[in-house]
Structure formats: structure tokens, C-alpha cells
Design a protein around this ligand. Structure first.
Ligand SMILES: Cc1cc2nc3c(=O)[nH]c(=O)nc-3n(C[C@H](O)[C@H](O)[C@H](O)COP(=O)(O)O)c2cc1C
Length: 201
């Protein structure tokens, strides 16, 4: 339970907000577990529910490349959460060829009519100038824009911590590596809570 103080014309209004009324679902896809780590970190910080997107056929880097070339969207396994339970969705997935990973795109296409409030966060290679593209693609696929798009760049992490890796692609994160992004993750979480509380009030 949270008490929120709202300035009003005559003094202030105290509001008791039961945060459990605002349900958040974190939906994630992860091929090599980087974004799974991130999704679980966010789940702990937000107390949200979690759903993992799985493709019907096994994905490899090779099949990803084919799908990118042919602009194909994979089939995904069923979404089993109660659909009308959630007020907010947080999507977590890698970026492939400058776009959100295609299994997440499949989920968005399938569920977009029920997605009203959403944000996207990714632990990705961190190629330059792709954030605008991600924002535009998400807006096009879902039909309205995300509240937040946040990139955590593996290239930034590597250049600060280990000069031996020149490319973010292929780097497998460990839980302690996430500390490098603590500020960005905390800002993201704070923003999610603020939006959620504002809506609850
Ligand atoms: C086929 C392929 C294409 C990729 N393209 C990009 C890209 O365009 N931009 C980027 O920032 N990272 C790119 N990456 C890096 C991934 O986003 C990054 O390794 C991510 O952390 C993997 O997440 P996962 O472990 O959850 O699957 C690519 C990775 C693969 C395998």
C-alpha cells in the first residue's frame, strides 16, 4: 500500500493507493539469456508478473539471419496469462538488425489490441542511431507509441570494462555485469512506478 500526496486547490488530498490494482506484465524474449537476466532483474524491482515468449521452432543465429533477409515473423507458443488483467506491459528483447527481435514482433502483432500502455527496454549490442528506429517500429506494429524506449548497450559496457571485445554481439552477460547499468535500470523502474501511480490516482 502506498500513500500519495496530491496538491489540490484547497490544501492537499491524501490518497491511499493499493498498487496491486495496477498490474504490470513483463513480456520477454531472449535467445542467449542476456535479456532474460534483465527481465528477471526488472521483475524483482517492480514485483511484476513475467512471461517468456518462446518460438515454436528452435531459433539459431543462422535461422534468425534467414528470417531477417526474408522479413519473416516466427510462430510463437501460446500466451497463457489472463489477457485483461494487466494495465501495463514492459517488453524486453534483443535488437536484431536494428529492429526488435522478431519473436517479440510476433507477440505484439498477436496481442496489440489489448496493449494500451507499454515500454520497451533492451540489452543489445548498442549500434548507434537505432533508438529512433526502434521507437518508430514499435509504434507502427502496436498502433500507438511506447511510454519509454531504453537501450542498454553492451558496447558501452565492454569499452568501459574490457577492451578485448570490440563488438557487443555475442557477449553473454552475467548477473553482476548488470550493475554497470544500475542507474539506467533504476531510472527506468522509477519512471514505470511513477506512470503506474499517476494512472492509479
Ligand atoms: C543476428 C543478430 C543481429 C544483431 N543485430 C543487432 C543490432 O542491429 N543492433 C544491436 O544493438 N545489437 C544487435 N545484436 C546483438 C544483440 O542484440 C545482443 O547480443 C543481445 O544482448 C542478445 O540478447 P539475448 O541474449 O537476450 O538473446 C544482434 C545479435 C544477433 C545474434
Amino acid at each position: 500500500m502506498t500513500i500519495v500526496i496530491i496538491p489540490a486547490r484547497r490544501g492537499i488530498v491524501l490518497c491511499i493507493v493499493n498498487q496491486s490494482f495496477m498490474r504490470i506484465l513483463i513480456v520477454y524474449y531472449s535467445l542467449t539469456s542476456n535479456n532474460e537476466l534483465l527481465a528477471k532483474e526488472l521483475q524483482e524491482k517492480l514485483g511484476a508478473d513475467l512471461f517468456r515468449i518462446e518460438t515454436r521452432r528452435k531459433y539459431t543465429t543462422f535461422s534468425i539471419m534467414w528470417d531477417i533477409l526474408l522479413n519473416r515473423t516466427p510462430e510463437i507458443k501460446d500466451f497463457y496469462h489472463a489477457r485483461n488483467l494487466y494495465d501495463k506491459y514492459i517488453f524486453v528483447a534483443p535488437v536484431w538488425a536494428g529492429r526488435v527481435a522478431s519473436p517479440l514482433r510476433a507477440f505484439l502483432l498477436q496481442e496489440k489490441s489489448r496493449i494500451h500502455d507499454y515500454s520497451f527496454i533492451t540489452l543489445c549490442g548498442g549500434l548507434p542511431r537505432q533508438k529512433d528506429k526502434l521507437f518508430k517500429t514499435l509504434t507502427k506494429v502496436v498502433g500507438h507509441s511506447p511510454t519509454q524506449v531504453v537501450e542498454l548497450s553492451i558496447n558501452d559496457f565492454i569499452s568501459e570494462t574490457d577492451g578485448h571485445h570490440s563488438l557487443g554481439k555475442g557477449y553473454e552477460f552475467q548477473r553482476q555485469d548488470l550493475k554497470f547499468f544500475k542507474q539506467k535500470i533504476d531510472d527506468f523502474v522509477a519512471q514505470q512506478k511513477a506512470v503506474t501511480l499517476a494512472k492509479a490516482v
